[in-house]
Design a protein. Structure first.
Ligand code: SF4
Length: 301
């Protein structure tokens, strides 16, 4: 089944509509789990839960990071986990009922999404938390935030909405990117939503190999296993064809490296899950196990 077109998928769908047309597989990783835990912690803080209590509910592996987060500028008193959908035909938004796991039931012409936090002020504020990875670019979150802003403006009858992305670094520092959307910017966001939705519909109707290009947008793509460019990149490196590094090819070479890392990460996660469930595994004269920090270890006996 293809991945749904949601607010958080918008940046990727803008660059690659086929990512919402190819078969998708949901998966998790240490990084994704860390992001989920940090989001739950920030939600609890924004909901007014005492810090000690919020920390106690966080998985041990992420607790140290959460304890370091600078909470001085985390707004309180807003509404957390606000689920909404924008109808690209009717150019209208509505609130969505969810069961707590972000399971939406949008109509065929709606793009749903859940804002981490909304401050319903005269000029509403939509806030999203991001945890950093080495090459995370806050600008990639703009279409997602602007989609929430579009929904909020329509629901609250507001002419202006403020967007804020709080990027949480490994040392707990929170770096904010903020911008304001006026009526013209909100209109542009509605046009963009319509455009992306149409491109995704066209990709879904397409027969044969999809036209795709690897890039930063591939990072959280749930369709990467079925992506022809991804498969080509992995085969290329597996065959020992290391791309030449030139000024012209450096972007493509980096994308190939990222694609291969993604496949390798999926293999590692699968091995970790297996060893967690079955305990250390002896194969021939080698022992695969998890060390005290939960990292994989391969030892020759
Ligand atoms: S992995 Fe493939 S399908 Fe997914 S976003 Fe990248 S190019 Fe598109």
């Amino acid at each position: 089944m293809a991945a749904p077109l949601t607010a958080s998928a918008l940046p990727r769908a803008l660059a690659c509509p086929a990512s919402c047309a190819l078969p998708a597989v949901s998966s998790t990783s240490d990084e994704a789990e860390r992001g989920t835990q940090v989001h739950a912690f920030m939600q609890a803080i924004a909901d007014g839960t005492p810090v000690d209590e919020a920390l106690a509910a966080v998985a041990e592996a992420t607790r140290a990071l959460c304890a370091k987060i600078n909470l001085a500028h985390v707004p309180r008193g807003g509404e957390t986990e606000v689920a909404m959908a924008w109808d690209v035909d009717a150019r209208r938004a509505r609130r969505l009922e969810v069961d707590g796991h972000r399971q939406y039931e949008p109509t065929a012409t709606e793009i749903p999404g859940t804002a981490d936090l909304v401050l319903w002020l005269d000029r509403p504020v939509v806030i999203d938390w991001k945890t950093t990875s080495h090459d995370f670019d806050a600008r990639s979150a703009v279409p997602q935030l602007e989609h929430y802003a579009l929904c909020v403006a329509n629901i609250a009858w507001a002419d202006e909405v403020e967007c804020a992305v709080g990027v949480i670094a490994d040392d707990g520092a929170v770096e904010w990117s903020r911008w304001r959307m006026d009526a013209a910017a909100l209109d542009r966001a509605a046009d963009r939503a319509r455009r992306v939705w149409e491109r995704v519909q066209s990709a879904r109707a397409h027969q044969g190999e999809h036209d795709v290009t690897l890039g930063n947008h591939c990072r959280y793509c749930p369709s990467w296993r079925a992506c022809p460019a991804h498969v080509r990149a992995v085969r290329q490196l597996a065959a020992g064809e290391v791309p030449a590094i030139t000024a012209e090819s450096i972007g493509a070479a980096y994308s190939v490296a990222r694609a291969v890392e993604k496949s390798a990460e999926a293999v590692r996660e699968g091995i970790k899950r297996f060893v967690s469930e079955h305990g250390p595994v002896k194969t021939g004269n080698q022992l695969v196990s998890l060390n005290k920090r939960g990292a994989l270890s391969l030892r020759t006996l």
